[in-house]
Design a protein around this ligand. Sequence first.
Ligand code: CDT
Length: 315
Amino acid sequence: SRMLTVAAAQLGPIQKAEGRDVAVGRMVRLMERAHRRGVEVVVFPELALTTFFPRHYHADIAEADGWFEPALPSNETAPLFEAARKYGIAFHLGYAEIAEEADETGTVRRRRFNTAVFVSPEGEVMLKYRKVHLPGHAEYDPTRTVQHLEKRYFEVGNLGFPVVRAPVGQAGEVNAGMLICNDRRWPEAWRVLGLQQVELVMLGYNTPSLNMEARGFEAHHLRVFHSHLSIQAGCYQNACFAVATAKAGTEDGCELFGHSIIVNPQGEIMAQATSWDDELITADCNLDMCALGRSTIFNFAAHRRPEAYGRIVGQ
Ligand code: CDT
C-alpha cells in the first residue's frame, strides 16, 4: 500500500507586534516534532508568517506591504527551508505574496495574492496556488467591530486549482492540490481538484469564532461544524485526503477557532487538534483508499452528468 504520513502544524496566535522571526521559530520547532514522529508532509496555516492582517485597515494599500513577502525564501523564512532539508520533510506554507507581474491587459504592475506553496525537502516549489474565493469587503466597514479586508488587499487568484504529481515520502508520489480557507466551503473548488484525481488536499485557514454577519441567525457552535462539514464532504465526494490546518486562539483580541483536522476519503476525521495553540496532529494515510470512491460511486467518467450542470458556469 502507498502510505504517506502527514501532519497539520496548527499555530497558536501571532500578535500584530510579533515579527516573522517569532512565527518561523515556532514553525521550526513544529518541524522538529514532525521529524520525531516520522512525518513526510507538514501543512502550515493560511498567512502563517504574521497575524491575520486583513482585520487591520490601511487607507493606502501600499502601507500594508510590510505584511507581504516579495520573495521566498527570505532571510526570515530561510530557517524553515533549512529545517525541511535537514529532516527530509515537504511542507505547505500560506503567505501573502507580492509579485511584479503582467495583468490581463499585459501591464506589469505590483500584484498581491493570498498564496500557498508546496515545497520539496530540497526547497523546490512543487506547486503554487493563489486563493480564489476572497471573503469580506474592500472598504472600511464602520458597522463591523472587526474588519475582514481580504477583498482590499488581495486580487482573485489567477492560477486555477492546479494539481501536481509530487514526489514525496515512501509512497513515492502523491497527487497534491491546495485550497485556502474560504475556498473549502465551495464544492466547485473541491470538484475541480477531484477531476484531476487529487489524493491530498492541503489547506490552511484563519476563521474567526464570531461571524460578524450572523445577526443572531447562526449559533456560535455551528462555526466549527460548518468548517468540518465542508472539509469532510469535500473529501468524501472527491475520494481524497485533506489536511486542514488552522491558526488558532486570540490574536489582538480576535478569537480564531482552531480545530485543525485530517480527513480520509470516507469523510472521517482521522485526527483533530484539541488546543488553541501550536500543536502537531498526524495521520498515516493509505493513498490506495482513494481508489474506492473513484472507481465506484464517484467514478466521474461513468456517472457524472456535466451536460446538466451548465448553470454552474453560467451557460
Ligand atoms: N480567511 C478566511 O477566508 N476566513 C473566512 C472567514 C470569513 S468571515 C468574512 C472563512 O471562510 O473561514
